[in-house]
Design a protein around this ligand. Structure first.
Ligand SMILES: NC(=O)C1=CN([C@@H]2O[C@H](COP(=O)(O)OP(=O)(O)OC[C@H]3O[C@@H](n4cnc5c(N)ncnc54)[C@H](O)[C@@H]3O)[C@@H](O)[C@H]2O)C=CC1
Ligand SMILES: O=C(O)C(=O)CO
Length: 327
């Protein structure tokens, strides 16, 4: 029997053709949810799912009785009920590593744009408002030589820290439960408790996954601890931050500026105050969005789903316990 896969994120034509040579593929790259009756019909027959950015709930799994595996085109897997998938013997795979450097580039892009006020000033030029030499009131702040505090020092965190230490001569602080001796050695990184990191950093950058433990990890109390001239950057997940508290801190000057790729609600509602603040650089969740990296992520997901549905060990399983159950 040919297995059936629902693909709900755009992939390249050659990748789709390769999948179609082996599986029956329902290609619905533009759906924004699974509620549509036509989508539910496809879901009820699907053995595999390949996609990203849509919430999969336990209730939805009830409507997908054939489901054997999900290959997310993302490294973050907060959209999936992992314990429930494991309980049902459904394998979940993600795309670590292939997006690390591109997402770190985005993190550094946000650091640079926010510190140097690049988007705000580029907008001034575009609108024909550059009528005199830029004076003090529009100066930014240096990035090189400053202190970069990493909340989360995994793959992406370490790649941002490496850019900071080796390219910009920055002092690196990080907060994590366990030390990273190789980064302390190679980057001179120093591990601190979160509060001390917040108090000492010029730039605070979040790269932790969203989980029950990290939801709203950064709120009013944490913003209050930061230096008044501090810049806050989030390339992880919006819900790691108490967004209302961040907006308040930006409005009352407790927080100097923020560079954000991720938000509590995405797409960011047009009436969010964040869209109007000159001290905010807001990007539409483009951490990994380059041609090269999105192609590599889709390929990893395709390899994962092929292997999973053919009973082989996929490259990057999240809930490997499922494999142990079936072997
Ligand atoms: N903006 C974007 O487009 C993208 C966002 N992401 C987000 O970035 C996250 C991180 O990705 P990777 O670096 O590949 O994951 P990773 O698993 O390599 O790194 C995350 C690190 O955070 C640490 N951590 C967890 N809780 C912590 C806490 N409370 N305090 C300090 N450290 C903590 C973990 O121990 C781990 O070392 C993803 O889960 C995803 O949510 C990833 C790719 C693109
Ligand atoms: O991979 C992820 O987790 C993303 O957010 C998008 O690349």
């Amino acid at each position: 029997m040919t297995k059936r896969i629902l693909v709900f994120r755009e992939i390249n034509d050659d990748q789709l053709a390769a999948l179609r040579s082996e599986f029956q593929v329902d290609y619905l790259p533009h759906i924004t949810g699974f509620d549509d009756p036509e989508v539910l019909e496809v879901l009820s027959q699907a053995h595999g799912l390949v996609g990203a950015s849509l919430k999969v709930t336990p209730e939805l799994l009830d409507k997908a009785p054939q489901l054997e595996a999900i290959a997310s085109i993302s490294v973050g897997y907060d959209n999936y009920p992992v314990a429930e998938l494991t309980r049902r013997g459904i394998l979940l795979c993600n795309t670590p590593d292939v997006l690390t450097e591109t997402t770190a580039d985005t993190g550094f892009l946000l650091i640079m744009c926010t510190a140097r006020r690049a988007t705000e000033l580029a907008e001034m030029v575009r609108q024909g408002r550059w009528t005199q030499n830029v004076g003090k009131e529009l100066f930014g702040s240096d990035v090189h030589g400053k202190t970069l505090g990493m909340i989360g020092m995994g793959r992406i965190g370490a790649a941002i820290a490496r850019r900071g230490a080796l390219g910009f001569n920055m002092k690196i602080l990080y907060s994590m439960a366990s030390p990273k001796p190789e980064l302390e050695q190679s980057l001179g990184a120093q591990r601190l408790e979160l509060d001390a990191l917040l108090e000492q950093s010029d730039i605070v950058c979040v790269t932790v996954p969203l989980s029950a433990q990290t939801e709203k990890l950064i709120g009013a109390e944490q913003f209050a601890r930061m230096k008044p001239e501090a810049i806050f950057v989030n390339v992880a997940r919006g819900k790691v931050v108490d967004e209302a508290a961040m907006i308040q801190a930006l409005q009352d000057g407790t927080l100097h500026a923020a560079g954000l790729d991720v938000f509590e609600t995405e797409p960011l509602p047009a009436d969010s105050p964040l869209t109007q603040m000159s001290n905010v650089v807001a990007l539409p969740h483009i951490g990994s969005a380059t041609h090269e990296t999105r192609t590599a992520m889709a390929q990893r997901a395709i390899d994962n789903i092929r292997m999973a549905l053919n009973g082989e060990q996929p490259i990057s399983p999240v809930n490997g316990e499922v494999l142990a159950q079936t072997s």
